[in-house]
Structures are given as structure tokens and as C-alpha cells.
Design a protein around this ligand. Structure first.
Ligand code: GLY
Length: 393
């Protein structure tokens, strides 16, 4: 056991300075908590790679209704969250764009899949409108002439994860969050309670509560007792960034999701002329290599859907790791280890769920009460024996 020594008293230490960790830290500091973040490269992580689709309705999967409620709650908060963040960061734009989304089917099998999604939307009372291929092309003339049908979802929007991260880092600094640019190498536990972290610099930071927000690295932190957190698997996504020259604009006016011969694809056109095309889904450990095959598949499918993309400059290829929990839903709130709180495992929805995660987790940190909206996502749902591992502040 290492006794923790630190001069500065910290209420909350957030391990992981990606989009979730920074948003939680910012909100915690706003609640008057003395907050610190530890990360060797704060402002990094999957948010740097993500396309930033805010699409709880078009990305809905069967059996994920609680996640839908969480996603819709976050989507509803986004406009205010983005505006507040811009102000708190001294004017950083977040790239939040109220644009809607169209989900497109390329062939008749794809159309069947989309019709099933539409029926599911209707059963849940979600706002989604069926369009014929011709109607879809009237909305988005760059779609291929052969598209067979589409869904228009007016409330699925977008944000720019990179701009959000810049804004969050500035907002944290302005709110007095202490940023340790170092790696957390060990969670410190004393008398059955998380008490701080040892950093790669050798320094220790003591805190009343530790928030684990290290994405797919969360469960790998040394010192974490067994059974407290399930493995968070890294799910690689390769993604492309193209530029839409002025002469080609608007090119696309809203997000385009598609099923292209069974493969899922999305194109996210930003107001600044960037077009993001994503993403592969690969479970291969912690590898972030961009491969010829990944780029080829994305370009092939995107070209089938929007043939004009081949005219656009390709400016960047990248890959990130989505943090996937065993049920693909996030872990929010107290863990079975007193003092340790989770904000991780957001899988495909990290950017979407940022505002609601920050609000729910900071509410817990400030009051000791986890709001109802977060209850289906408590980390203890994975505890080996739930009856003996009650979460505790
Ligand atoms: N939410 C988009 C993705 O994970 O690729």
C-alpha cells in the first residue's frame, strides 16, 4: 500500500483527458469542486478522430432503448451545451451544426434493412420520414441515381470533436481545472477506498473521488482491484477526411448514413468544407494503423453512394479506438470500489453522450446522488456478485 501525499487538496481527479474526461472535469469545476485531470496528451483520444454525428435515431439498434433515451437526452442538451462551451472557452466554435440526417439504402436488400429501422422508429414514436429514392435525391442531389429509398431524421445533427476538445481544454483551464500532463500509472487504494493516483513522473495526486475516463485503457490501470471494472475493448475505426472546394458546395447539406450492400457508412459534411467519411469497425486490439484495405472499402462504398466524392481532395486518413463495454453501453457513476467513479465505455457514442455524461456524473460528484437517467448504466451491473458489491461514494 502506498500512502498518498499531496499538498494541494483535490476533490475530484479525472484520469483521462479525452472528450468525456474533460467534459466531466469542466462540469465538476463549475459545481465548485476542486478538480484535476491527468493525461499525457489532454484533448486527445477517440474524439480527435470521430466524425461527430449526433445520431441517436439513425444509429438506433434493437434492444438499445435505454441507450436511445440517454442519447436523445444528450442530443437535446447539445445546442445549449455547445453555446455554453463556446462562451466558457472564450469564443471557441464547436462546429455544432443543426442539419438533420438522411439514412439511405443503395439496393433492395439495403432498403429492406432500412424499412425495418423505420418500422422500429414508428413503434417507438420517433420522428423519421420515409422517402423514395427520387425524394432523397431531391434533398441531396449528389446521391447516386440508383438509391432505392431513404429515411429523413430531422433531429440527428453533428458537432466537430476536434473543436469540442479544444474548447473543453480551454474551458477547463479557465474554470481552474488543474491539468497534469502525465500518465496515471497506478490507482492508489487505501483501506478499501480509491484515494488517488501515482503518475509517471513519480508524483502522487490525492483526491476524494477518482473518475476513470480513460476509454479503452480504463480497465488496464494498475492497482484497480479485480472485478471493479469489466474489460473495455478497443474497437478500431478508420476514417477519411476530404475537402469540398468552394465551387462544389454545398455538395451535401446534411449527414448521410447508408447501408451499402450490407456495409454501414456515413458522410458528415461540415460547414467549413470538411467532409468526413467513416468508419470501419475492427476488433484487433490496440492497433491504430490505417490500412489500404480500410481506406479502399470506405472509398468504394462512399463512391457507390455519392459518385462525386472522387473529385474531392483527400486530406487525411486516421484511425481511433472506440471503448466498447461488454453490452456496448457506457459505465456511468460509482463503482464497487468506494471513491472510484466511472465515465467510460461509450463505444460508438462518445461524442453524442458527452453533454449528458458530464451532467450526470458531475451531479453524482456534487451531491452523491446518481440521477435516474444514469441508473441503467451503473458499472456495478458487471460486478461478479452484485449483492455484495454495492456501489458507494
Ligand atoms: N458513431 C460512429 C462510429 O462509431 O463510427
Amino acid at each position: 500500500m502506498t500512502r498518498v501525499q499531496s499538498d494541494a487538496r483535490t476533490d475530484v481527479l479525472v484520469i483521462g483527458g479525452g472528450i468525456i474526461g474533460l467534459a466531466v472535469a469542466w462540469r465538476a469545476a463549475q459545481r465548485g469542486l476542486r478538480t484535476a485531470v491527468v493525461d499525457p496528451s489532454p484533448g486527445g483520444g477517440a474524439g480527435q478522430v470521430a466524425a461527430g454525428m449526433l445520431a441517436p435515431v439513425t444509429e438506433l439498434q434493437y434492444g438499445e432503448e435505454p441507450l436511445l433515451r440517454l442519447g436523445m437526452a444528450s442530443n437535446e442538451r447539445y445546442a445549449d451545451f455547445a453555446a455554453e462551451l463556446t462562451e466558457a472557452s472564450g469564443g471557441q466554435d464547436t462546429g455544432y451544426r443543426w442539419c438533420g440526417t438522411i439514412a439511405v439504402a443503395l439496393d433492395s436488400d439495403d432498403r429492406e434493412e432500412l424499412r425495418e429501422l423505420h418500422a422500429f422508429h414508428r413503434r417507438l414514436g420517433l420522428d423519421s420520414t420515409w422517402l423514395t429514392g427520387r425524394e432523397a435525391r431531391r434533398l441531396e442531389p449528389m446521391l447516386a441515381p440508383g438509391v432505392r429509398g431513404a429515411l429523413h431524421v430531422a433531429d440527428d445533427h453533428q458537432v466537430d470533436g476536434r473543436r469540442m476538445l479544444r474548447a473543453l481544454l480551454l474551458a477547463c483551464e479557465r474554470a481552474g481545472v488543474l491539468i497534469h500532463r502525465a500518465e496515471a500509472v497506478e490507482l492508489l487504494v487505501e483501506d478499501g477506498r480509491a484515494t488517488g493516483a501515482r503518475l509517471g513522473t513519480g508524483e502522487t495526486v490525492a483526491a476524494d473521488r477518482i473518475v476513470l475516463a480513460a476509454g479503452p485503457h480504463s480497465h488496464r490501470l494498475a492497482g484497480l482491484p479485480e472485478g471493479v471494472l469489466p474489460a473495455i475493448r478497443p474497437v478500431k475505426g478508420q476514417i477519411l477526411r476530404l475537402r469540398i472546394p468552394d465551387a462544389y458546395r454545398p455538395f451535401l447539406s446534411r449527414n448521410v448514413r447508408a447501408v451499402v450492400r450490407g456495409q454501414h457508412l456515413y458522410l458528415v459534411p461540415r460547414e467549413n468544407g470538411e467532409l468526413v467519411i467513416g468508419a470501419t469497425t475492427e476488433e484487433q486490439g490496440y492497433d491504430t494503423t490505417v490500412t489500404a484495405g480500410g481506406v479502399y472499402e470506405l472509398l468504394r462504398d462512399a463512391h457507390e453512394l455519392v459518385p462525386g466524392i472522387t473529385e474531392l481532395p483527400l486530406v487525411e486518413t486516421s484511425a481511433g479506438l472506440r471503448p466498447g463495454s461488454p453490452d456496448n453501453a457506457p459505465l456511468l457513476g460509482p463503482t464497487a470500489l468506494p471513491g472510484l467513479v466511472a465515465a467510460t465505455g461509450h463505444y460508438r457514442n462518445g461524442v453524442l453522450l458527452t453533454p449528458v455524461t458530464a451532467d450526470l456524473v458531475s451531479e453524482y460528484l456534487a451531491t452523491g446522488e446518481l440521477p435516474d437517467l444514469a441508473q441503467p448504466f451503473t458499472p456495478t451491473r458487471f460486478s461478479p456478485d452484485r449483492s455484495t458489491t454495492k456501489a458507494s461514494a
